[in-house]
Write a protein that binds this ligand. Structure first.
Ligand SMILES: [Zn+2]
Length: 99
């Protein structure tokens, strides 16, 4: 499948820990393409580091914009195969940040 022709977006999740309290939290977000996602993640990483957090893990995945990786759109009885990706489920690509 040529995923370059599909409208997609990137979702990312970052886990970070507050070194003082040991509290672990996560942040999620989205971006229109991988370059933008990388920029946002780099920005968030330095933001959290300045606040005294340590980033534990960061991952992003590229999902169909139509169904967000579900392969179907609509709800309940009106469910139908996503016309944009033809029912593809899951992320097209995954990417793990270096932290
Ligand atoms: Zn889709």
């Amino acid at each position: 499948m040529d995923t370059k022709r599909l409208p997609t977006r990137w979702l990312y999740i970052m886990d970070y820990i507050d070194e003082d309290t040991g509290t672990v939290a996560a942040t999620v977000g989205s971006a229109d393409d991988r370059e933008e996602c990388e920029g946002v993640v780099r920005h968030e990483t330095s933001f959290y580091q300045r606040q005294g957090f340590t980033v534990l893990r960061g991952e992003a995945c590229e999902l169909c914009r139509g169904c967000e990786g579900g392969g179907v759109i609509g709800a309940n009885v009106a469910l139908r195969q996503c016309p944009q990706c033809g029912g593809f489920t899951g992320p097209f690509r995954r990417w793990r940040f270096k932290v």
